[in-house]
Design a protein around this ligand. Structure first.
Ligand code: GLN
Length: 466
């Protein structure tokens, strides 16, 4: 088993390493890193917690599996007393007043937070260039983007600066950077993990998602964060996924893929060839593979962006300099709001606020917003029909390999279209995992709602198959 969590746990228990030395080593690596993954380091907190873990071990007390394991947090999660900037000028001096439920559960399990990680501002982007902290550089080739919006989190895991990181996925922001940096990244079923304390982008698709180097580590972290939370009424109670349950995949008999994703002109020739080769290997294991019909990428991307922009315009309306953020005084109150928002939001964020308000405005909302909601329902129906026929859907994560740093900023539309394969599963609120296999930017494994366990099972099967 390639779980780093189990390995470090054993090293701590056997006293082969101290938690303080481990945490210090990771903090040093983060401090020196040239990939721009760090918005702020939680060094004092991390070292205090590490000393407590070492004291427990020295006293002969037992420690939990996650106790002393260093992790990273995308800079959109509240952690009381720490800067939570969303990589924005508006919140660059903002400190969280409370801690997000998902993060609190990890802290309660003894995991050690090292860093608030660089990302696209408010989750707006697919490259982690929309940030005041400098573009995140890809872990494999620093001339390329780290992916987004959870770019800093994926790069930190890929570079071993963190053992796991917690990203946020609204339309692909965990899965796509995981694919760009060759690590695992899970978007669980919507509602499996509480969003309380995750800065809202598009509330109807926002998901908390772990990034790690093994399926087992994803499983461990997912279990700890899952569960009903009265502070997020969309959450539901879910059963723990056991270590043994994901080792067998006998109940997976049929796998589907979307024909139009693969036949599209926009897909890179190598990604297409590699995907088709992966399909052949799956068939060779006796699994039936079905080509399925699906909505055109343009429809998926426009529906997602219509709804995501509408929701973010609404969610970000609270950021006017009154309760939060860098207030810039204008001539009067209205002017103060305008100047604060104009000066402190990025171009990309303003594009989305303007777009979202247009979509929601009187005279346009029926034509655009309500139509978006109707298409979203049809997408959900489509998935329901598909999952009567197949157990799993697999797809490439992205149509292309990561762009060079600078290119996405010049062409926002091309950036939106690069989300073609991730956004549909977000609209369907389905569990989807990126595995670093199959194509240059990985493969996505999707199952029906609440079947996160099946996704992890199939990932284990793929690990030995392709
Ligand atoms: N790239 C997509 C967007 O910009 C998804 C971002 C996300 O999942 N936060 O909306």
């Amino acid at each position: 088993m390639d779980s780093q969590i189990h390995k470090i746990h054993q090293q701590l228990v056997n006293k082969d390493i101290t938690c303080t030395a481990l945490v210090q080593e990771k903090l040093d690596a983060l401090k020196q890193n040239t990939n721009n993954t760090v918005n702020s380091l939680l060094d004092n907190l991390a070292l205090d917690l590490a000393a407590k873990v070492d004291a427990k071990i020295a006293n002969g007390e037992t420690i939990g599996l996650l106790e002393g394991i260093p992790f990273g947090i995308k800079d959109v999660y509240m952690v009381q007393g720490t800067y939570t900037t969303a990589s924005s000028d508006l919140l660059k001096n903002y400190k969280s007043a409370y801690t997000a439920t998902a993060i609190q559960k990890l802290l309660d399990a003894g995991a050690i937070p090292l860093v608030k990680e660089n990302c696209d501002s408010f989750g707006h982007g697919s490259s982690s260039e929309n940030t005041i902290f400098g573009a995140v550089k890809n872990a494999i080739n620093p001339d390329l983007v780290g992916g987004g919006s959870s770019g800093g989190s994926a790069v930190n895991v890929a570079k071993d600066y963190t053992i796991f990181s917690i990203g946020g996925d609204t339309g692909g922001s965990v899965r796509q950077p995981a694919g760009y940096n060759n690590v695992y990244g899970l978007k669980p079923t919507y509602g499996r993990i509480s969003r309380f304390g995750l800065m809202a982008y598009a509330s109807s698709t926002d998901c908390v998602g772990p990034i790690a180097k093994s399926i087992e580590d994803i499983r461990i972290v997912l279990n700890v964060m899952s569960g009903k939370d009265f502070k997020d009424q969309t959450t539901y109670a879910s059963a723990e996924i056991t270590q043994d349950s994901i080792l067998t995949s006998d109940n997976i008999k049929t796998v589907g893929y979307f024909k139009n994703f693969i036949e599209s002109d926009a897909i890179d020739a190598n990604i297409k060839a590699d995907f088709l080769a992966a399909i052949e290997k799956i068939k060779a294991q006796g699994i039936t593979v079905k080509a399925l019909d699906f909505f055109e990428s343009e429809t998926l991307v426009s529906t997602y962006y219509t709804l995501a922009m509408a929701e973010t315009a609404s969610n970000l309306s609270r950021l006017d300099g009154t309760n939060y953020g860098n207030r810039i005084e204008g001539d009067n109150l209205k002017d103060t709001y305008a100047v604060t928002r104009s000066e402190n939001f990025s171009e990309e964020t303003k594009r989305r606020i303007v777009g979202g308000n247009q979509v929601l405005s009187q005279g346009f909302s029926d034509e655009i917003y309500l139509k978006g909601l109707a298409i979203r329902d049809s997408i959900a129906d489509n998935f329901e029909t598909d999952f009567n026929e197949v157990d799993i859907i697999i797809s490439p994560v992205t149509p292309n390999t990561p762009p060079k740093i600078g290119d996405s900023l010049k062409d926002p539309l091309a950036m939106y279209l690069s989300d073609a394969y991730t956004v549909g599963f977000s609209l369907g609120q389905l569990p989807t995992l990126t595995v670093p296999q199959g194509t240059a930017t990985g493969l996505q494994i999707t199952a029906a709602k609440n079947n996160d366990e099946l996704v992890l099972k199939f990932a284990n099967f793929l690990k030995d198959t392709i």
